[in-house]
Write a protein that binds this ligand. Structure first.
Ligand SMILES: NC(=O)c1ccc[n+]([C@@H]2O[C@H](COP(=O)([O-])OP(=O)(O)OC[C@H]3O[C@@H](n4cnc5c(N)ncnc54)[C@H](O)[C@@H]3O)[C@@H](O)[C@H]2O)c1
Length: 437
């Protein structure tokens, strides 16, 4: 760990590699280009639009986060990726149908030049996908070696000085930790034996960490939630974070539930259903991929509401989550929530929420912030799980002896205090001026 305030400068270009070049990845790349060209604003990005209060409130110091910590500038980002389909990023973005033609046209030159490298893929792990743009290899270890070579070739050809990887690939089938995940040695042996417990997403993560490239997991896949890859991150001094971008319905849950708890309002049930028509929705139509997503979405309320501490208020919650693939909606998801709460003397009330959201529009700024913050963490000498980035995830990773923090406002405080700590500023405790000097 570096001393607070001594972070290596963000010199040169920063490579951004995304396994998966679908809706989220291409909306992120196109958006960065539109912002660089001054065509649009980076709305939803804390690194670009957020400020941070420093010192006492009377001091009136609230710089932009990007002026406070040494982040890479958007002009220095260079993109690459992998996909099971050979479409370049322009074709993939056109098919995803997230951005309007006038926006796509302005980013066309950049996107057309981003061609996916062949994927390490196996339809056993994503039942609904059948692409042919895939690697061949003796075993899973050989595929991971090919990904490492891809990373090296990308770094050489693009002239980047640093690289970050963000998983923007599909949701894989539900997997649990297996004994072969227990250590790096066992994991490597299992790759060579083509063990079923090694999913393709793990091969990318392994290759990234071996190459000293920070890794973020945007899907609910098991991927880096295993001791073997956490051991590798420690050994190679690489930061990692995950998992599952916190975008539509779960974002709303982590905004509302802390409010109910703060006011000691009870909760009987929370029913969430979605209609969604993009490729992600199609993949999640498979029960095995949906199970992975469901687990990720269900944990949130339990951790925020702490039923063990408040059994009268949160001891019996019926929490249900449904995702329905409905092609006419494309990427423009509709999420309905029915929330049954109760107040003074136990009188029941209902809240209905109808969020007509745009999935990838909400996810793209998260990818950008993760890229910039992981690169910062690496330059600050931080390694392993980056809990301060929990803010961005539905199922935040944490140390094995801890529980994940889901409350958006606590996550935000943790993130900003980590930035203050990195730069040697006082942490903000929110005590009044009479107590705080
Ligand atoms: N959009 C959101 O709001 C949001 C929120 C949270 C999580 N996510 C997750 O982010 C991921 C991407 O979402 P999306 O909407 O862009 O989906 P998408 O289907 O448009 O894109 C995913 C891409 O990954 C590719 N892919 C699958 N397996 C691969 C592999 N092994 N190697 C390389 N490429 C592979 C697919 O071919 C596809 O093009 C999904 O897992 C999704 O669940 C999205």
């Amino acid at each position: 760990m570096r001393k607070p305030g001594s972070i290596a400068p963000a010199k040169g270009k920063l490579g951004v590699l995304t396994p998966g070049m679908g809706a989220v990845s291409t909306t992120f790349m196109a958006g960065v280009e539109l912002v660089r060209r001054g065509v649009a604003q980076p709305v939803g990005s804390l690194t670009q639009m957020g400020t941070i209060r420093l010192g006492k409130r009377t001091g009136a110091r609230s710089p932009l986060i990007k002026d406070f910590v040494p982040l890479a500038s958007l002009d220095n980002l260079v993109f690459g990726g992998w996909d099971v389909f050979p479409d370049n990023a322009y074709e993939a973005a056109s098919k995803a149908g997230v951005l309007e033609p006038h926006h796509l046209a302005r980013a066309k030159r950049l996107l057309s030049n981003i061609r996916p490298m062949k994927a390490a893929f196996d339809p056993y792990y994503v039942k609904k996908l059948h692409g042919a743009h895939v690697k061949k290899g003796r075993n899973k270890f050989a595929l991971a070696e090919q990904i490492r070579e891809d990373i090296l070739a990308f770094q050489k050809n693009s002239g980047v000085s640093r690289t970050v990887m963000v998983w923007c690939g599909s949701t894989e089938i539900y997997m649990k930790q297996h004994p072969v995940h227990a250590s790096l040695a066992k994991f490597e042996r299992a790759m060579k034996e083509n063990h079923a417990a090694i999913a393709p997403s793990m091969l990318y993560a392994y290759a990234a960490l071996q190459s000293g490239v920070p890794f973020a997991n945007g899907a609910p896949n098991l991927t880096v939630d295993i001791p073997a890859l956490q051991e590798l991150a420690q050994e190679k001094h690489v930061p990692l974070c995950g998992k599952d971008f916190k975008t539509g319905q779960t974002l709303m849950k982590t905004i509302l539930a802390p409010g109910f708890k703060a006011r000691m309002l009870g909760l009987n049930g929370w029913f969430s259903t979605n209609i969604l028509g993009n490729r992600d929705g199609e993949v999640l139509d498979d029960p095995e991929s949906f199970k992975t997503k469901e687990e990720s979405k269900l944990g949130v309320l339990e951790y925020i509401l702490q039923p063990h501490l408040y059994p009268q208020l949160y001891g019996k919650i019926h929490h249900k989550v449904r995702i329905n693939y409905y092609p006419p909606r494309g990427d423009n998801k509709e999420g309905w929530d029915n929330i049954d709460i109760f107040g003074w003397l136990g009188y029941p009330m209902q809240i209905k929420l109808d969020f007509l959201c745009r999935d990838s529009i909400l996810a793209a700024p998260i990818v950008l912030d993760l890229v910039l913050f992981l690169d910062l963490a690496k330059r600050a000498g931080m390694r392993g799980i980056q809990e301060w980035l929990s803010f961005y995830f539905k199922s935040p990773m944490c140390a094995p002896q801890l529980y994940p923090e889901h409350d958006l406002f606590i996550q935000m405080m943790k993130l900003k205090n980590t930035l203050r700590w990195m730069m040697g500023e006082d942490l903000i405790t929110h005590l009044g001026t009479e107590y705080y000097d």
